[in-house]
Design a protein around this ligand. Structure first.
Ligand SMILES: Nc1nc2c(ncn2[C@@H]2O[C@H](COP(=O)(O)OP(=O)(O)O)[C@@H](O)[C@H]2O)c(=O)[nH]1
Ligand SMILES: [Mg+2]
Length: 383
């Protein structure tokens, strides 16, 4: 039977409680052009759902790529460049080349240097043993720079054919498949929809949402008679907050427009809370300025360190949000303390899933408290 055009799942008409359900009448009426019940509810009612694709399922799905001649587009969220690399990806894609597409540049304020981010990404990609053809910055939502990605894909396809000397070689070298890979919610489906809307005049869009794994299976989208790109489900990144939070919290953490940095003066023995998700204690040094490049809706609260624990205990899920529920807090209950020193200079503290904190100072010490799995690192500034 056909697949759902919204999420790629195999359609069925017999059991409403199982994935891929579509009423028989709808199916008979619309044939292959239908959304499953789940997609219908996500699109029209903002339905909440739980992600279902395990890491093992994910890797076994994408491992077919290593046996093909394919183009791999790895999409990365500009807010989480370290967490955006799929662990051990090189083992699953064989020697196929990778185009890295960095999405959501629309949310970056002007003072962030995109070139510095690109350099950093190339460095990480080399460590991850990926053969990177190029790094392209886009905004899928604003439909910016989409064409550069398409041009690069077609150029790779042309080159593969050009270097063939016989008809037989041409057939063998021809690249048919182009996979859009990336962690959950980086914007893969939004990117493909941008192509559909801008170049294909195709109104049947893939389902997208702030929730993880809206896309359930591969979705092949033809961009001309014999070229297509393939949308894929996302891998859940357990080093990022998204893996532990519910829809309400994710809505707040996902930036909707460009980040307006919030700057605070901080004295030693002061603490800053980022919702009830992360706590930053300024331990030693002279007064500093810290700027938060996070979703504009994330609540940031400064207090004296002596009062911090009490405020946390009484205000978590109330004033200090997200998270909004104790269930989410329970999922995040085991914390780690990470100490950082800055001798002299400007650095960015990256907290996976939240964004980054720009810190300038000399001889300062601070401590970050977050859930033990969350990736926290201090890097040379992007600003
Ligand atoms: N600000 C911004 N948000 C985006 C962009 N692309 C996607 N998003 C949002 O990111 C979320 C996840 O998008 P989706 O396409 O479902 O991600 P997927 O899981 O990778 O397919 C949605 O809320 C999108 O609106 C972008 O270029 N800029
Ligand atoms: Mg998707």
């Amino acid at each position: 039977m056909a697949k759902c055009i919204g999420c790629g799942i195999k359609l069925q008409t017999h059991d409403e409680s199982l994935p891929g359900y579509v009423p028989l009448l709808v199916s008979a009426d619309l044939g292959d052009n239908v959304y499953c019940k789940r997609c219908y509810q996500i699109i029209h009612n903002g339905k909440k759902y739980d992600p279902e694709i395990s890491d093992n399922d994910y890797y076994s799905k994408i491992s077919c790529i290593k046996d093909q001649k394919a183009i791999v587009v790895l999409m990365i969220d500009i807010m989480d460049i370290y967490g955006g690399f799929i662990p051990n990806l090189y083992q699953y894609i064989g020697d196929n080349q990778v185009i890295i597409v960095v999405n959501k540049v629309d949310i970056m304020p002007k003072d962030v240097h995109l070139k510095k981010i690109e350099e950093r990404i190339r460095g990480i990609a080399a460590k991850e043993k990926l053969d990177v053809l190029s790094v392209i910055m886009i905004s899928a939502k604003k439909k910016q720079n989409i064409e550069s990605v398409l041009n690069k894909i077609f150029k790779l396809k042309d080159n593969a054919i050009k270097k063939s000397r016989s008809y037989r070689e041409r057939r063998l070298n021809k690249i048919r498949d182009c996979y859009i890979l990336g962690c959950a919610s980086v914007g893969k489906s939004t990117f493909i929809n941008a192509i559909k809307e801008k170049y294909l005049d195709d109104k049947k869009l893939i389902t997208t949402s702030d929730q993880f794994q809206t896309t359930m299976d591969f979705i092949k989208v033809y961009i001309d008679e014999d070229n297509y790109i393939i949308d894929t489900p996302g891998l859940i990144n357990y080093r990022s907050f998204g893996a532990y939070l519910d829809y309400e919290s994710m809505k707040v953490l996902t930036p909707k427009s460009y980040l307006k940095p919030k700057t605070y003066q901080l004295n030693p023995d002061q603490t800053i809370f980022m919702g009830a998700l992360a706590r930053l204690d300024f331990i030693k040094g002279d007064k500093i300025n810290v700027s938060f490049y996070t979703s504009n809706d994330l609540y940031i609260h400064r207090t004296k360190t002596v009062n911090a624990t009490n405020i946390y205990e009484t205000q978590k899920t109330k004033l200090l949000v997200p998270p909004y529920s104790l269930e989410e807090l329970n999922r995040l209950s085991e914390n780690k303390d990470v100490m950082f020193n800055i001798e002299d200079g400007a650095y960015d503290l990256l907290i996976s899933g939240l964004g980054f904190v720009h810190i300038v100072g000399a001889n300062i010490t601070f401590k970050v408290t977050v859930h033990k799995n969350i990736d926290v690192r201090l890097v040379e500034t992007f600003i």
